[in-house]
Design a protein around this ligand. Structure first.
Ligand code: G1P
Ligand code: ZN
Length: 541
């Protein structure tokens, strides 16, 4: 074993999804090693245990995996299972931790952020339940990074990850596994693939955009090999180090080609995409984008149609800024609805305790108790199963949902790459006013509640404060404002707008037009546009 000296780095505090920085930052001497050694120091069960390693294939994935393998061997890990080619989608890695009875996993990804030498890289540790490490562990890892003065590494040649098989570094065994097999086996237990296949062979057309990211191999296995979708219906399914120069974020801006296709006259019946590491999803019908908040609600109302969920749902959780559409489904079904802070890790305790079946976020994330991560392909297959079972188009399913529950018009406005002090000034401006807001009338809307969201975990009692500012109105509308924890350049301010139209009201109005007034109130209360000097958001989704 060789021990190298390292420099502590004070910027290794993981955000909502692990440590995410520009590649250049990760390339600093000892930077990755410092964080990885902190993981081994804080999770002693890894010594003599099994570790899963993989990533979304972005630039630096291979280099990082070789470093982690040498360090794992030096830190006494008995066995590492790595995805072939270094690839594992985030949900597949989560599943591999569980089926391997591993003590944890390291995911290399910056999710939907751009890749390549000038893009971003990231690292995240998941615990033995398959989910992102809980806050106490991530905090311990962070504190450890500040005091570390050396790391352990064995000198060894690079391991060939391109072929399935086994290898060794010192006493540690390395197993190179197919990234798709176990994941597909799990999906087979949840969904009626034969029913979906019959719908597809009956002429139902599907388009999937892999965005040159990790889901390509998974999509080929599910759509082409299992469901008989013609190969030409899949776009961008060859993973590449820089995502083909694109931005693997499935939103109307970065998945423009898919949106154009789905809004064309000859649109396929079903469109979908996933992000860099395969945990996000979007679903479209002919001429319709299903908002992720609506998607969660619709999954909650219909998932019992899939074989793995026949018994119905026990509860639903959504992140606080996600629209309240799912709340109405939970209410009607007589099950609990949990409102958690942004970030997937807050769902873990609820899933482990059997309190919820489904969970989701407005940022295109949904999943169920089958995993401990959001799962892009799972959500897409769930939708296909529901469409096949109901024999209705995506659009008709959405419209039927609104007719039953009402529609939550919803949009997120992102102001990216802001000066951090200015973004904080906007938050402070609103925070200072919260106490006086209830009862005030603004542009015809009366404030019913305003607070800084705090969450008490009903399983372990832990409290998370300052999770975003909420302003609710008597009409059922609201806005939420928070600072992103995943941006890598300056600060990103997110403004979430929501307006409820009950059943029987107009559900076809223009989205941004409908939300204009709430946006104007938010601007007035925060001086957002004046402080940031931005006339419009960078992205509206
Ligand atoms: C964003 C999303 C959040 C998601 C996270 C990780 O975090 O808003 O829902 O869990 O990415 O994918 P944010 O940048 O807002 O902190
Ligand atoms: Zn992701």
């Amino acid at each position: 074993m060789t021990t190298h000296a390292t420099t502590p780095f004070d910027d290794q505090k993981p955000g909502t999804s692990g440590l995410r920085k520009q590649v250049k930052v990760f390339q600093q001497t000892g930077y990755l090693e410092n964080f990885v050694q902190a993981i081994f120091d804080c999770v002693p069960d890894l010594r003599g245990g099994t570790l899963i390693v993989g990533g979304d294939g972005r630039y630096y994935n291979d280099t990082a995996i070789q470093i982690i393998l040498r360090m794992a061997a030096a830190n006494g890990v008995a066995k590492v299972r790595v995805g072939q080619g270094g690839l594992l989608s985030t949900p597949a890695l989560s599943n591999l931790i569980r089926v391997s009875n591993a003590q944890g996993g390291i995911i290399l990804s910056a999710s939907h952020n751009p890749g390549g030498p000038n893009g971003d890289f990231g690292i995240k540790f998941n615990g033995d339940n398959g989910g992102s490490a809980v806050e106490s562990v991530t905090q311990a890892i962070f504190e450890r990074t500040l005091e570390i003065d050396s790391y352990n590494e064995i000198s060894a040649d690079d391991v060939d990850l391109s072929a399935l098989g086994t290898a060794h570094i010192g006493d540690m065994q390395i197993e190179i596994v197919d990234p798709v097999t176990d994941y597909m086996a799990l999906m087979e237990t949840l969904f009626d693939f034969d029913k979906i296949k019959a719908m597809i062979s009956g002429g139902f057309s599907v388009c999937f955009d892999g965005m040159h990211a990790v889901t390509g191999p998974y999509a080929k296995a599910a759509f082409i090999q299992r469901l008989g979708v013609p190969a030409g219906s899949l776009m961008n399914v060859e993973p590449s180090e820089d995502f083909g120069g694109g931005h693997p974020d499935p939103n109307p801006v970065y998945a423009k080609a898919l949106f154009n296709k789905m809004f064309a006259d000859d649109a396929p019946d079903f469109g979908a995409a996933s992000d860099g590491d395969g945990d996000r999803n979007i679903v479209l019908g002919k001429g319709l984008y299903v908002s992720p908040s609506d998607s969660l609600a619709i999954l909650a109302a219909n998932i019992h149609l899939a074989p793995g969920y026949e018994e119905g749902i026990v509860g639903v959780a959504r992140s606080m800024p996600t629209s309240r559409a799912a709340d109405l489904v939970a209410k009607k079904a007589g099950v609990d609805l949990f409102e958690t802070p942004t970030g997937w890790k807050f769902f873990g305790n609820l899933l482990d305790a059997g309190r919820i079946t489904l969970c989701g976020e407005e940022s295109a994330g949904a999943s169920s108790d089958h995993a401990r991560e959001k799962d892009g392909l799972w959500a897409i297959l769930a939708w296909l199963n529901i469409v096949a079972a109901r024999g209705m188009s995506v659009k008709d399913i959405v419209r039927d949902h609104w007719a039953t529950y009402g529609r939550h018009y919803y949009s997120r406005h992102d102001y990216e790459a802001l000066d951090t002090a200015k973004a904080q000034a906007v938050m402070s401006a609103l925070e200072g006013k919260l106490a006086d807001l209830p009862g005030q009338s603004l542009h015809g809307e009366t404030v019913s509640m305003a607070d800084s969201f705090a969450y008490t975990d009903s399983v372990d009692g832990s409290v998370s404060r300052n999770q975003g500012l909420r302003v609710e109105f008597e009409s059922g509308s609201r806005f939420v404002m928070r600072l992103s924890g995943t941006g890598t350049v300056g600060a990103t301010l997110r403004l979430y707008l929501e307006k409820y139209a009950p059943p029987g009201e107009d559900h076809d109005a223009d989205l941004q037009e409908t939300l204009k007034q709430i946006a104007a109130i938010a601007d007035e209360l925060t001086d957002l546009k004046a402080i940031t000097q931005r006339a419009a958001p960078s992205v509206m989704s």
